[in-house]
Design a protein around this ligand. Structure first.
Ligand SMILES: [Zn+2]
Length: 420
């Protein structure tokens, strides 16, 4: 007797795509094929894609210290509803995650909640201050594999060089919020025709591009694995492509909102279109879509950034940056980029898991593997109206999307959907 059988989906198996059934027992995939026999629970998957649960490289769980926006419980529920089985939590919390015991508390608490596996990223510098290295080896011992001062770019190049050398020795990844602080400091949106019309200070594309170019130069000195967070410009995509062609160990992510929207959305002065880096122009958006398609951009990452109503329902310039996105990322990517199933799972699950070092997630479905799975219907049209997040700063509510997560399975247990 199986615990669970997923029936008749298009399954991304370790032997390629097959329309078949998948049996799960005691937390693992135990059989792939037809007529698998009796099961306690059956999930009908015909017309849907079955594959490895999604993996997010960039979630702000806001815990500890900013729990009025989100906590590990509410963020985990949103992640499960979005098809995620694993995520990397950003370390710009209060206190910032610059030592191992702080990182351990987050993964322990997420394990207790039981809806998504969480590993915290670690800070590059103490307190995200940009001056002294964080306790990098201590963070590494606590399971941290990705290091970033996200929310801020590490500006001091000498410190960056030291950190890159140290993280290279550990075998980790330096992940950069690539946005020059001086060039972006006074701005609230993309610098272009819309910012001119609205009379709002803008941030030029070069704020992103010069940091990426500079970091690639330091990469060459250190050999570190380097990851560009939330690419927003065509120039950034070109820089990543050139570094890859050179053979450097660089990877990059793009967010759902940068794939779907451009700066004209800000004409509404709706603060749900205010984020960092800002929405840029249609030509940038097209370069991001093409980059994700071609694989120059390795992964989709949500930059799920909850902010409360009092922080968002204020005039545009005063609103805090960020939008939430865990629950709709897969739908946005499917609707906007329309990838084939195997490429879709590569960008949503397999490559992000490889970058973050998750070994039990982001693997094609195989007998014996831990059952961390998602059932995604790529054709259903739906309009989200609510969220499991503690915050509602989403540009997707009330907007029709194509494709929907039907069921999420973590360690063999259904964490979202099904007959719960
Ligand atoms: Zn960031």
């Amino acid at each position: 007797m199986h615990d669970l059988v997923l029936v008749g989906g298009s399954v991304l198996t370790d032997a390629g795509l097959r329309t078949t059934d998948v049996a799960v027992t005691d937390g693992r995939v135990t059989a792939i094929g037809r007529e698998l026999g009796e099961s306690r629970e059956i999930v009908e998957c015909s017309g849907a894609w079955v594959g490895p649960g999604f993996v997010d490289l960039h979630t702000h769980l806001r815990d500890p210290g900013h729990e009025w926006r989100e906590d590990i419980g509410s963020g985990s529920a949103a992640a499960a509803a979005g098809g995620y089985t694993a995520l990397v939590a950003m370390p710009n919390t209060d206190p910032p995650i610059d030592a191992g015991h702080l990182a351990l508390r987050i993964s322990d608490e997420a394990r207790r909640v039981g809806k998504v596996a969480v590993v915290s990223a670690g800070c590059l510098t103490m307190g995200r201050g940009g001056e002294r290295m964080a306790h990098l080896d201590d963070l590494w011992s606590a399971g941290v594999r990705l290091f970033t001062d996200d929310g801020d770019s590490l500006q001091n190049v000498a410190v960056l060089r030291s950190v890159m050398e140290y993280v290279a020795q550990l075998g980790g990844v330096v992940s950069q919020h690539a946005l020059d602080a001086d060039l972006s400091g006074a701005g609230f949106m993309h610098e272009g025709s819309v910012s001119s019309r609205l009379g709002i200070y803008g941030i030029p594309r070069q704020a992103d591009d010069i940091v990426i170019a500079r970091d690639i130069a330091i990469m060459r000195m250190t050999g570190v694995r380097y990851h560009v967070q939330h690419l927003s410009t065509a120039g950034g995509v070109a820089l990543v492509a050139a570094a890859k062609a050179e053979g450097l160990p660089i990877t990059a992510e793009v967010t759902p909102h940068h794939l779907m929207f451009d700066h004209t959305a800000v004409m509404s002065t709706d603060s749900n279109f205010k984020m960092m880096p800002p929405l840029r122009e249609e030509s940038d958006r097209e370069a991001l879509v093409e980059g994700l398609r071609s694989g120059v951009i390795d992964a989709v990452a949500t930059d799920h950034a909850p902010q409360s109503a009092v922080e968002k329902d204020v005039p545009f310039e005063h609103a805090l940056n960020g939008v939430i996105g865990l629950e709709w990322a897969a739908s946005v990517v499917n609707g906007v980029v329309s990838l084939d199933q195997d490429v879709f799972f590569d960008r949503m699950s397999i490559t992000p898991a490889a970058i973050a070092g998750f070994t039990d997630h982001g693997r094609a479905v195989a007998v014996g593997a831990e059952a961390n799975l998602v059932v995604f219907d790529p054709n259903v049209r739906w309009t989200p109206t609510s969220t499991r997040s503690r915050s509602r700063n989403a540009p997707y509510l009330g907007r029709e999307l194509t494709g929907r997560v039907e069921v999420t399975i973590l360690g063999g247990a259904i964490t979202y959907g099904g007959e719960l």
